[in-house]
Write a new protein. Sequence first.
Length: 283
Amino acid sequence: MHWPDIMRETIPMNLLHAAVLGTIQGLTEVLPISSSAHLILVPWLFHWPESGLTFDVALHLGTLIALCLYFWRDIIELVANFFGVLSGQGMDTAAKRLPFYILAGTIPAAIVGKTLEAPIEEIFRKSPALIACFLIIFGLILAYADTTGPKRWRMDRITLNSALIIGLAQCLALMPGVSRSGITITAALFLGFNRETAARFSFLLSLPVVAGAAILKLGHLVKHGVPAGEIAPMLIGIGTSALFGYFSVFFLLRLIQRSSLYPFVWYRLFAGSGMLAIIYFIS
């Protein structure tokens, strides 16, 4: 009997699963190591049952809460500048243009996500080896961007073109193993932005995407109702993903002020290689 089979028999679906998966979501949605890869690979590894729509809503709501709590000042400023421009104040500063650049950068991911999310998810949920390979490949690309990118520009140098390029890169995050924050930070580094700007713009760009996903899934949940027995796991998922998501944002933005992104690169290489070893030599 393989050890994953033992885990399947001894750990039924319970509140522990909710806490573990909520923690994973909070950490990996924010850090450039791919939340979707971990949320697919961890249950696959331990033979846990599918989490379902209710828990998907919990994870997205938790992440959204974390981002809103950390960036509440930025959000207020973005909303004020957005409506200020609409009221005729003009777009004469970088701060006033930024909310429109974020919206523009969100459009590619929204279109691609609406049309391709379901088939992509169906393909990759059945291919843990491919997910592990993407962890490695896009980790190496992140390392190359972090090493070679000029890292000159700050947030005031964001333009419509750069926002669209980063937004197009975000579309790749539909593939588990890529990482939304990882690929957008990578794209920003290639464009010449410094690490802090790349990470901060990545988080701000993710706000509409995460909010849209949470609202869409919440609408489905309201329509079908919360199944009996899933309220407690849902609340635990929201709480853990929000808590660890908040501290992950804090950790990443502090880390890159004094260090490179290589700790995440090494983690991706180790995790991807370890999963391939399990897939081909153990399971």
